[in-house]
Design a protein around this ligand. Structure first.
Ligand SMILES: [Zn+2]
Length: 409
């Protein structure tokens, strides 16, 4: 293996640091692709630090197309690449976009060798090697876009082992009969049908083998969360009904740049401790989402869905930011400017023809959660009346100093 140590040479944040862990906390190896047709550890480090504001590159290792390996972090560093699983995972990123490119032998073999050596070093099993998409919460993410079963089989072959497990036991229940409840440890054709349905809906449940193991459990939990039903990893009547009624396919989003995830529980992702917000399934929710929606003119429901994603992209385009739909430090700073310049009252806004037009109208619209077209029309006027009513002030549909003050101060 050709490993180049870049731990001290890659771009790093000037004040933020990743936290560290003990080796015993590591339980998985995560395989990524960069989702870019070319790239390097240097380029990803710059992107993660300069664009996303991360402490350093997200990956522990980057494998180039020619098979050379960049070592970017100690294994003890908790860098960002699989969200809430960052604390227990080591990240390996293969340069390339395997949705459109194929993984060639030099890069594949180097990645296999590196993975096997890490398995030994960390005392892990081949089954602990997961694709990004196989981590909880990432069934929507086409990363690394290579078959992970194929990858794990290649690890077994390279080590000279036979695949273990996945041998149906005597407790396997064959036939069309459906048990009322399915949970971890169950085996049978009804489990197989469950796995097929989850996969069809985009909640990868691991190999379709009729065995309700950890990956099936994860798939069920992810489905239950996104369906807004009780989350217990058990398939009973409620979950079965939701599985039956769910529409296919669930929306998936893709990114043209290496934007793997920070841990949302990290206390200080930005100086202001604000979360990184983006469209993921299950959707992110909260007051910070509402703030983003108000300032970008999206419907204010506190759920970061496709419409908010679109509004954020429009906003980023207007502000000449990286257009990725992600509200990170840079986009937050730009959003802050929206509020600061909106504070001053300039003129009376009222419904007349032609419609009053301007940035101040846009600010009012954003604040009220109506479509932001900059025209003070009937929809905006109605929203102003509703706002005035809710504030207990004179209801006239006119934004004067008092209403302006209530809106922005
Ligand atoms: Zn990834």
């Amino acid at each position: 293996m050709n490993i180049i140590d870049k731990r001290n040479s890659l771009a790093r944040h000037n004040s933020r640091n990743y936290r560290r862990r003990s080796r015993s906390a590591i339980t998985n190896i995560a395989i990524h692709h960069s989702a870019t047709t070319s790239g390097s550890a240097e380029a990803f480090a710059r992107y993660h630090v300069n664009q996303l504001g991360w402490p350093g590159i997200g990956y522990h290792y980057v494998v180039d197309k020619d098979g050379s390996i960049s070592k970017c972090h100690d294994l003890e560093v908790v860098s960002y690449h699989v969200g809430n699983s960052n604390g227990r995972a080591v990240g390996i990123c293969m340069v390339g976009d395997f949705r459109t490119q194929s993984l060639e032998a030099a890069q594949r073999n180097a990645t296999l060798d590196l993975t096997l050596s890490l398995i030994d070093e960390l005392n892990l099993a081949i089954e602990d090697v997961l694709g990004h998409i196989e981590f909880p919460g990432y069934s929507w993410k086409p990363c690394p876009s290579v078959s992970m079963n194929g990858f794990r089989n290649a690890l077994y072959n390279r080590r000279g082992d036979l695949p273990q497990g996945a041998i149906p036991s005597r407790t396997y229940v064959a036939g069309a009969r459906q048990r009322s409840f399915l949970s971890r440890g169950d085996q049978g054709d009804d489990v197989r049908a469950l796995q097929e349905r989850l996969t069809e809906l985009g909640f990868d449940a691991g190999p379709i083998d009729g065995i309700f193991g950890p990956l099936t459990y994860d798939g069920v939990v992810r489905f239950q969360r996104s369906a807004n039903i009780g989350v217990d990893g058990i398939v009973g009547p409620e979950t079965r009904a939701a599985l039956r009624d769910a529409q296919t396919p669930i929306d998936q989003i893709e990114h043209g740049s290496p934007t793997d995830e920070p841990d949302y529980r990290e206390p200080s992702f930005t100086n202001e401790s604000r979360r990184l917000l983006r469209y993921v399934i299950p959707v992110m929710r909260g007051e910070d989402v509402q703030e983003v929606q108000r300032k970008t003119g999206a419907m204010v429901d506190g759920l970061f869905g496709p419409e908010t994603d679109r509004r954020v992209r429009e906003f980023q385009r207007r502000e000449n930011l990286t257009v990725d739909g992600i509200v990170g430090p840079q986009t937050w700073r730009a959003l802050d400017r929206v509020r600061n310049t909106a504070a001053r009252y300039e003129r009376l806004l009222t419904l007349r023809r032609p419609f009053v037009q301007g940035d101040d109208v846009k600010r009012v619209q954003r604040e009220l959660g109506v479509p932001v077209d900059g025209l003070y029309g009937p929809v905006t006027e109605r929203a102003v009346r509703e706002f005035q009513q809710s504030e207990g002030i004179t209801v006239d549909g006119i934004v004067g100093p008092q209403t302006w003050g209530r809106l922005f101060n």
